[in-house]
Design a protein around this ligand. Structure first.
Ligand code: 3H9
Length: 715
């Protein structure tokens, strides 16, 4: 049973109860529809109130249902809403918590909407590559003005109850009993408002201005092929709400939704949604009790350390930063002050809250001041010797129960832990720069890391609102390990005579926000040079191009020259400007190293070489048990490296292209470009079985899926 009902003074209260989020599944709608119809026939029922159990109205349609074609007798939320429209009773929604997607559509189909102050209303469909498909695009512009409705749907904004009341989407906001308030409204002389909900014109429409509004909206969203697929259709549907009678607008919306639900971008985005929710499903994790973190410490007040300290402050955890250099402390304080001032200016924080958070970050030069901390994150220079020295010191000073984390982006966690006598309470917490903005956090498990330490790191990640991914202990963990192969291919292409700006343009067309060379310039060519020197086994190119750029002090954006030029007097000063002298340098170094120049390299080859390098590296990490699931790698790439979410991440993309096609291309590349293109064993196995990475993970019984999970669980 997904729904239950009770009568109160002639009002039928229907409660949606489908934990955890009251998703409006086909099965639930199959129960809800007859309840609505029977209420319509029942003379003793004057009105109907919908509400949700579990502290939430509804999270919307059940996204799992979208993966298969519905049977002809399937009931959906559209059928329920059509029955409401046909009925002569009065309907109200009593909203507590979230009313999202189909949940909000159900509420908008009612005559009255009452919400508790904690309610949040929104249409997140666009994040799944969809548009509201049960009347939302037609009804929201009739409940609030068209422009705001369109922006709310395009940006997936969630309106707080007070705001929704102000905009006219809600009729009343109450402090506690929303059901009681809704019952009294519909019982005491309320009227049916069907004509209002289907009014000929949506609110706030200036018909003359409409073409301009619509064309501006189309220009503001990304092009169709670069992730804007659903957005353009959503704008079309809202335009139809204004230009067509309700009935025809609704039909247009249904058709557009039905096209999107079967589209590759939406299927990929739905994969990202579920992969994100699987991240913390790690064998043994839910049984482990995380330690309470009342105070935290950070060692190092540089850019990363400061960003991490802000993350703690934002999570409500007071933090002390150990930084011996006064100028560094001054810079860190300025960064913190500037960041919070900006938040207040943008209306994201109150002055008081910003002040409180700023005050919760303390600085000290003395390690003894963090002795009492429950968790300490080290964020010092990326050198094993330096890190070991810090960990030995921390081990001697921080209380025995304290968890020690390293923010290393590449180094061996076991080696770092060996500098302590508490290896079970050591793990990696790899934040991405800027740490207080980027959502991704890699949590790295060393050989001795205990489950409780992992559970603690995940709990802290959750408090910081990070997306935390477990990684085994390997050079570069998941993200940077895969990046090395991606970077190698980009550089190889340039060595073969494909200009960096062309490589970048092809990858941007694929959907990355920036190409690899612009990214190298952002992260620093000096940084790449140091990594290449430390680990020459990972290769940095066939030529000496990196050495040459380093010698020329072309470090990237930070000093205005790298693979590109940057002109501080133009715009933000961060726009990469093509530099033909770098192309000449590539050509010269290629000649010296005997790398043949090629012509006619297509965008398709550029994308294949860069993306398939990620796929092959990802397959190796799965084989070695460093990554738990292909979906985890996808999330790392989508949230950490700008992989276009509408392609689902590199491993999902390989499934989409066909693993056997990726494998065949890699064999061709091996033949043409050399043995570094040796395909991973896992890739070969999946290709030969005509399988998919996705189905190799879910305990499908294959040896692979089991070994992958087991390896990482005990890595
Ligand atoms: C739609 O409505 C289309 C209509 O316009 C037209 C139809 C014709 N379906 O996020 P959490 C699961 S499209 C299925 O960790 P929270 C989730 O997988 C829909 N499952 O909790 C997880 O499962 P598990 C538009 C769903 O408290 C569990 O619930 N709606 C759905 O942090 C807990 O999720 C959306 O896009 C769903 N719709 O956040 C809303 N939602 O326990 C998407 C959740 O097995 N959902 N699950 O890992 C959300 O934004 C958040 O889940 C929500 C709760 C805010 C509701």
């Amino acid at each position: 049973m997904f729904v239950r009902s009770e009568d109160r003074d002639g009002v039928r209260v229907i409660t949606i109860d489908n934990p955890p989020v009251n998703a409006l599944s086909f099965a639930l709608c199959g129960e809800l529809l007859p309840l609505v119809e029977s209420a319509g026939r029942d003379a003793s029922v004057k009105a109907v109130v919908f509400t949700g159990a579990n502290g939430i109205f509804s999270g919307g349609a059940d996204v799992n249902d979208f993966n298969s074609e519905p049977a002809p007798d399937t009931r959906t939320i559209r059928d329920v809403i059509a029955a409401i429209d046909r009925s002569e009773k009065i309907f109200a929604a009593a909203i507590e918590g979230n009313a999202l997607g189909g949940g909000l559509e159900l509420a908008l189909a009612c005559d009255y909407r009452v919400a508790r102050a904690n309610a949040r209303l929104g249409f997140p469909e666009i994040q799944l590559g969809l548009l509201p498909g049960a009347g939302g695009t037609q009804r929201l512009p009739r409940a609030m003005d068209v422009q705001s409705a369109l922006q709310m749907m395009l940006k997936a904004t969630r309106l707080a109850a007070a705001e929704a009341l102000e905009k006219g989407v809600l009729d009343r906001v109450v402090e506690d009993d929303a059901v009681g308030a809704a019952v009294s409204i519909v019982r005491d002389g309320a009227k049916r408002r069907l004509s209002e909900r289907k009014a000929i014109l949506p609110k706030g429409v200036d018909r003359l201005a409409l073409p301009f509004v619509v064309s501006q909206a189309h220009k503001m969203v990304p092009p169709e092929e670069s992730g804007g697929f659903a957005a353009h259709k959503l704008i079309d549907a809202v335009e139809a709400a204004v230009t067509l009678p309700f009935k025809y607008g609704l039909a247009r919306e249904f058709r557009l939704f039905d096209e999107l639900v079967r589209s590759k971008p939406s299927i990929a985005l739905r994969h990202v949604f579920f992969a994100e929710r699987e991240l913390n499903k790690i064998p043994g994790l839910s049984e482990a009790r995380p330690a309470d973190i009342a105070r935290a410490g950070v060692v190092g007040g540089g850019t990363m350390g400061t960003g991490i300290a802000i993350c703690f402050a934002d999570a409500g955890i007071p933090v002390t930063v150990v930084e011996p250099i006064d100028e560094q402390v001054e810079r860190a304080k300025q960064t913190i002050f500037g960041m919070y001032a900006h938040q207040v200016q943008r209306g994201r924080l109150t002055q008081e809250e910003a002040w409180k958070r700023g005050q919760s970050i303390a600085f000290t030069a003395d390690y003894n001041d963090i002795a009492d901390c429950d968790l300490v994150v080290e964020a010092v220079f990326e050198s094993m010797d330096v890190k070991k020295e810090v960990f030995t010191k921390l081990d001697g000073i921080v209380k025995a129960s304290g968890v020690l984390c390293s923010n290393t982006s590449t180094l061996d966690i076991d080696a770092i832990a060996s500098a302590t006598k508490r290896a079970e309470r050591v793990c990696g917490t790899h934040f991405f720069a800027p740490a207080n903005i980027m959502k991704l956090l890699e949590i790295v498990r060393g050989t001795a890391t205990s489950m409780q330490t992992l559970a603690t790191a995940f709990a802290v990640g959750r408090r910081m609102r990070k997306i935390s991914v477990l990684s085994g202990n390997a050079f570069g963990f998941i993200g940077n390990r895969m990046l090395l192969d991606y970077a190698r291919e980009a550089v190889f292409l340039a060595e073969e005579g494909v200009a960096p700006y062309r490589v970048d343009a092809a990858m941007k067309r694929f959907g990355f926000p920036m190409g690899p060379f612009a990214m190298f310039d952002l992260s620093g060519i000096d940084v790449a040079w140091h990594i290449a020197k430390a680990r020459p086994d990972f290769g940095s190119g066939r030529t000496k191009i990196l050495d040459r750029l380093y010698e020329m002090k072309r470090f990237g954006q930070k000093n205005g020259v790298g693979y590109y030029r940057y002109d501080r007097s133009v715009g933000s000063g961060r726009e990469p400007i093509r530099d033909e002298s770098v192309e000449a340098l590539f050509a010269e170094e290629a000649r010296r190293a005997g790398v043949a120049q090629r012509s006619g390299v297509t965008d398709e080859e550029i994308v294949q070489r860069c993306v398939y390098a990620l796929v092959n590296a990802g397959a190796l990490l799965l084989e070695d048990g460093i990554a738990l699931r292909p979906g985890d790698e996808d999330i790392v790439y989508v949230y950490g490296y700008g992989f276009p979410p509408h392609h689902g991440g590199p491993m999902w993309y390989a499934d989409e292209v066909g693993v056997e096609n990726v494998y065949a291309a890699i064999l061709r590349f091996k033949e043409e470009f050399g043995p570094h293109w040796q395909p991973a064993r896992l890739l070969e196995e999946i290709a030969e079985a005509h399988g998919k990475f996705a189905s190799s993970r879910h305990g499908d019984g294959s040896e692979q899926s089991r070994t992958t999970e087991v390896n990482v669980a005990h890595a």
